[in-house]
Ligand binder design. Structure first.
Ligand code: F3S
Length: 64
């Protein structure tokens, strides 16, 4: 599974990282790092929870 990161939508709410800090990495200003995220096997549930927690819908679930 892959998370498609739309950096232009990120407002630094950091809810994604609160759900799954090992999956969603933030920069020093609290914005999500750019680049899509490859989710390791077994981490899908956590990753989708984190993605859905973003109020700006900056994190989209994609297929591997
Ligand atoms: Fe940004 Fe949404 Fe996370 S606004 S820091 S991608 S919760």
């Amino acid at each position: 599974m892959r998370i498609i990161v739309q950096n232009s939508k990120c407002q630094g709410h950091a809810r994604c990282a609160a759900q799954a800090p090992d999956i969603f990495k933030l920069d020093e200003d609290g914005y999500i790092l750019s680049g899509d995220i490859e989710v390791a096997e077994g981490q899908e549930l956590l990753a989708s929870r984190g993605a859905r927690s973003c109020p700006e819908r900056a994190l989209e679930l994609g297929r591997a």
